[in-house]
Design a protein around this ligand. Structure first.
Ligand code: FNR
Length: 391
């Protein structure tokens, strides 16, 4: 019997259903380097802690005798498409440091669970291989945006993404350089420069990158993976930000929805809406980039009020369980991205581990909504009236 409302049966799981324990379990299975990389955050971790604390300020208040005949519906509509559930796999770089199958395992699990997979520009596996593993799944391409001087490289990446079935473009705006992350600094660790983690890094298969590397270094990528990785990381984290006017270049080279990831201010959300951008991800990168900022959930409240009717709003940073997803959606997000939790699943059980994390979160979400008398995740049913604020 489907006792948990999301296809879950009483079967022994590959690891616990207690989402609170995934991080601790994964910590025991990782090297100090990978552990510092995934669990770490910027500076003192203030933003990271605020991200989590913000969820505790809201409560889902249950209603009774809401006559129901089925489990709540989790389907959602955004970017001109329907999705069976409101979660997606957040872009995370160099996934091979967490499991030898890295992106391949995660992209397979995502397809199996019908959850969109967002593929990172910092991936350790080529986009062609990931597209193959993801098969008929929905996949989106996340761009770390090279400087204008390298527009030919950006155009090449977008063209390849499109021809490999990546249907939306997520442009990450908060990471033109990696944040001040003491855990990585203490370990003298940069996963983008390690040959044991870079694998078939995305750039290595790009014709524009390959010829750029050859012209500059007088050798092929394969002759010196370390130099190639260093060159690639320098291009995708150029150190300086673009301006709003540069979006026109992406629009010209991308035939499909564009989503800006990393929005925290109402002003930027309004700019995006005015420019006709299809979506934004209200995100602070899980508190890994700038520290001392607001909780992403607090930003979501203000941004939904300002532009919720004009642009599709997605959310991430701090989602750890089903009720977190429900709260973000009640506030107005149409979808949430799952970050660290699925990486813990990847560490603990590869493809099966990622699948377990996604199913657990959806099962938890289903039962929370069901027992709160909320019949679906659509704004008609799940909205701020379901919440009480006690911050
Ligand atoms: C990330 N994130 C990220 N974002 C992005 O746009 N491109 C990337 O390559 C990465 N890489 C990355 C690596 C690791 C190890 C982590 C933990 C995160 C950020 C990610 O997409 C998402 O915004 C956050 O993870 C959300 O916060 P939580 O859910 O981890 O708290």
């Amino acid at each position: 019997a489907d006792v948990y409302g999301h296809g879950l049966k009483y079967e022994r799981p590959p690891f616990t259903f207690q989402s609170n324990n995934w991080e601790a379990l994964a910590r025991d299975r990782m090297s100090q380097d990978s552990l510092g990389y995934v669990c770490g955050s910027a500076s003192t971790g203030e933003t990271d802690r605020k991200n989590r604390a913000a969820f505790q300020k809201w409560s889902l208040v249950p209603r009774r005798l809401v006559k129901t005949t089925s489990y709540p519906r989790l389907d959602t509509h955004l970017l001109g498409q329907n999705f069976p559930s409101p979660i997606a796999i957040a872009p995370v770089g160099v996934q091979r440091i967490f499991n030898p199958d890295g992106e391949i395992a995660a992209a397979k699990a995502a397809a199996r669970e019908k959850v969109p997979y967002i593929y990172s520009t910092a991936a350790a596996t080529s986009m062609e291989d990931v597209a193959k593993a993801n098969g008929n799944g929905v996949r989106w391409y996340q761009l770390y945006w090279p400087s204008n001087e390298h527009n030919d490289l950006t155009a090449s990446l977008l063209k390849r993404a499109k021809s490999n079935g990546f249907s939306a473009l997520f442009v990450t705006l908060d990471t033109y350089k990696l944040g001040w992350r003491p855990s990585d600094l203490d370990n003298a660790y940069n996963p983008f420069l390690r040959s044991d983690s870079i694998g078939t890094a995305l750039g290595f298969s790009d014709p524009v990158f390959r010829s750029h590397f050859k012209a500059k270094h007088g050798k092929e990528v394969e002759d010196d993976l370390h130099d190639a990785a260093s060159e690639w990381a320098g291009l995708i984290f150029p150190g300086f930000s673009h301006g709003w006017e540069d979006i026109a270049f992406l629009r010209k080279h991308w035939d499909g929805p564009i989503v800006l990831k990393g929005i925290q201010s109402v002003q930027d959300a309004k700019m995006a809406a005015e420019l006709g951008i299809e979506g934004i991800v209200v995100s602070n990168h899980g508190g890994r980039q700038q520290d001392g900022g607001p909780a992403s959930l607090d930003c979501l409240v203000k941004i939904v009020e300002a532009v919720g009717k004009e642009i599709d709003i997605l959310f991430d940073s701090g989602i750890r369980c089903g009720s977190d997803i429900a709260k973000a959606m009640a506030i107005g997000a149409k979808m949430v991205l799952i970050g660290r939790p699925y990486i813990y699943g990847l560490v603990l059980g590869g493809e099966e581990g990622v699948g377990h994390v996604l199913r657990s979160l959806l099962g938890d979400l289903t039962m929370n909504l069901h027992l709160a008398g909320i019949p679906s995740v659509s704004q008609e049913d799940l909205n701020k009236e379901c919440l009480e604020y006690d911050g």
